[in-house]
Design a protein around this ligand. Structure first.
Ligand SMILES: [Zn+2]
Length: 173
């Protein structure tokens, strides 16, 4: 069945997008070996409790790209649109890579929770064991009055800056 994924554009300033578009920080994840190589090359240190947290994006070629967790999603995506973006946690045991957590937390792209499909497909393609859904779902809303992007917590649809009521539906891009 054909799967039509939504695309998300970077919502920050265009000058910034162009500035980071040439930063080659994203590593394409075709399989677990790419994750292990990335860990080594970027000198990531696994924490036994939390694993290794990385920034990820799914590009329109349906592959996942990862970068150091302090990297911006837009840099990891080389300024491109994404099918999803967020944070991913890998646990490494005896050379075996597993995904223990994935979220859609990206205030640069604000992907909807429904973008999980693209994440699921990319992880299946890379043959990485992973959760059945986002381990933490974030909802983002644009305040139409002051243009602040709000991360919704506890079903509270009120702008944190100007207290305007926020749309119940996803309204970004
Ligand atoms: Zn507001």
């Amino acid at each position: 069945m054909l799967f039509l994924a939504s695309k998300y554009k970077y919502i920050g300033p265009e000058e910034h997008r162009l500035l980071v578009a040439d930063d080659n920080v994203g590593t394409k994840v075709k399989g677990f070996g790419d994750v292990l190589t990335w860990i080594k090359e970027t000198d990531q240190h696994p924490d036994h409790n939390t694993g290794i947290v990385a920034t990820y994006v799914i590009l329109k070629n349906r592959f996942m790209y990862i970068a150091d967790r302090h990297s911006e999603h837009v840099a990891c995506a080389q300024g491109q649109d994404v099918l999803s973006a967020g944070e991913i946690t890998f646990s490494i045991e005896k050379g075996k890579v597993e995904v223990t957590e994935v979220t859609n937390l990206s205030t640069g792209y604000c992907p909807a929770p429904a973008s999980w499909k693209a994440v699921d497909k990319a992880l299946k393609k890379a043959k990485l064991a992973h959760p059945k859904k986002f381990t933490c779902n974030f909802e983002f809303r644009l305040c139409l009055k002051c243009e602040t992007i709000n991360v919704i917590k506890d079903d509270w649809y009120v702008c944190a800056v100007c207290e305007q009521d926020l749309d119940k539906k996803w309204n970004i891009n």
